[in-house]
Design a protein around this ligand. Sequence first.
Ligand SMILES: Nc1ncnc2c1ncn2[C@@H]1O[C@H](COP(=O)(O)OP(=O)(O)OP(=O)(O)O)[C@@H](O)[C@H]1O
Length: 589
Amino acid sequence: MTLQQIRLVIAAAIACLVAAPFVLNPFSITLLNYIGIYSLAAIGLALLTGVGGIVSFGQAAFVGVAAYSTAWVTALNGYSPWLGLVLAVVLTCSIAAILGFVTLRLGGHFLSLSTVAWGLAIAFLFGNINGLGQHNGISGIPPISIGPIALVESKQIYFLIWAIVVAVLLLCYNLLDSRIGRAMRALRGGNTLVESLGISAFQIKLVTFVIAAFLGALSGWLYAHLGRFVSPGPFEAGMGIEYLMMAMVGGAGSVLGGVVGAAIVTLLKNTVQDYLPLIAKGASGQLEIVAFSALFILFLQRARQGIVPFLAGFLPDLKQSRPEVAEPLPLRDKPEPGTLLLKVREAQRRFGGLVAVNNVSFEVKSGEILGLIGPNGAGKTTMFNLLTGALRTNSGEIAFAGRSITRDQQFHIARAGISRTFQHVKLRPRMTLLDNVLLGTYSRTRTGLFAGALRLNQAEEASARYEALMQLERVGLGDKPFELAGNLPLGNQRVLEIARALAADPTLLVLDEPAAGLRRQEKLKLAELLRSLRAEHLTILLVEHDMEFVMSLVDRIVVLDFGSKLCEGEPAAIRSDARVQEAYLGGVA
Ligand SMILES: Nc1ncnc2c1ncn2[C@@H]1O[C@H](COP(=O)(O)OP(=O)(O)OP(=O)(O)O)[C@@H](O)[C@H]1O
């Protein structure tokens, strides 16, 4: 499918939206208004839950904070709904920022459980604060006015609601295709990779959380001025679950899924409400929940990925154009070859009673390739995790480029110029090769949230894309930049990790078993690549079990055994060292 065809489909969809109020009856228009309003909250959840992987049950509470804010400003204090919008957005986003700051460091299920807790707490407040009408709610909310026109009728507010929905969709698509959006997309699947790229996972989660709340705020503001009345019911936990359902039914990873999910759930609910009283007189309220739950379970079993991604699977792939030559991204200042780059002094790391790294000291000079070898379980990967900040040392010091990084957070260390690959490959399999490598350029680029959403910094984006393509070509993966990373064989996934690490223009490249899973020819190519990197004065630290590969490549070797340093020296000396033969090579070298 070409970009032009997609534009045509979008233009046709917008034409239908514009024509709808002229051909539909008032009830259908009201239904569409509610679908639009729910869509905004569901798009927020699609970003938070589907893209960012943070399951939240509390979206209804944010919608409620905004609805009550604008009701208080307008119905109780007589100010304009536009002032209500300002308070709604500021208050909702501030509450989200505080809640996010407190809870987003919680891992896994605890984070989701906390959203249930604060969702319930906020909804409870609506019904119990005197000044907010308690359970009777607030009525007499005025309509939104644009200039002299008050949007009293459904048909009038319809255009405002759907203009906001379309604008939000466009901004979200732009955002997800930008530097910050890629970081948001990378959140799913764990923090270690994200932080190793110089991205603060906490910061990106907080941003995503506040964006989701902001969209909830827009939804709440419109909701209050459409119904002209607010009460606690629509903002309680049940509605929080319904928003989650909308996001999941539509396709949690897709912002368009938010709209489709809102439409399906709203229409389905409406239909169930119409037909259930015919079957069960009197108890249809409770039965509605049962029927709905049963449908949801069926959906989870049959189409878990959601409708939009499911349908998108039948469409021909979007023909994307290869990045074109662009201004190169700025390069770091590199230290003089031969100067001290990394100094590890008496580093120790324990796991309970096990000392995985035991007072290890070594140095790496700029421009050299140092191999770290040792039998399985010797502590090599743990050492790499200490250097890159993925783990903290229990004691000892690590200095990089003349500065202690012992207590630095992982993303700070990455930004300082240490890039790594992982023993167990860490990629984002549902992102393209190009996007995976683009993640590596994060610390070399600056485009922020708003510039990304508004596509204001296209020159930098073009440079980053070109850089990513160059790195893909350098490692031999440049022919299919739009292939999904998950489709690559394991060996090539390792090579893709190297391209991603190189895209950060590192001073020190830390490679954990890069040749594992490669065939002989591929290994030779990799060795050639690493040699060419050394010729460019890049410093490389390497863990590798393939001795032939290591010996032919590195300048020096440090040998670890049972967490301690056994010896260090040039490859020939290590090869003939009796202790190494005994401990590591089993006397066969
Ligand atoms: N997170 C952890 N918790 C507990 N023990 C750990 C942890 N990570 C590593 N270890 C233990 O620390 C020791 C060193 O492990 P490490 O992975 O660093 O060794 P390695 O030299 O990289 O081994 P291999 O070559 O097999 O990858 C092992 O005994 C391992 O079981």
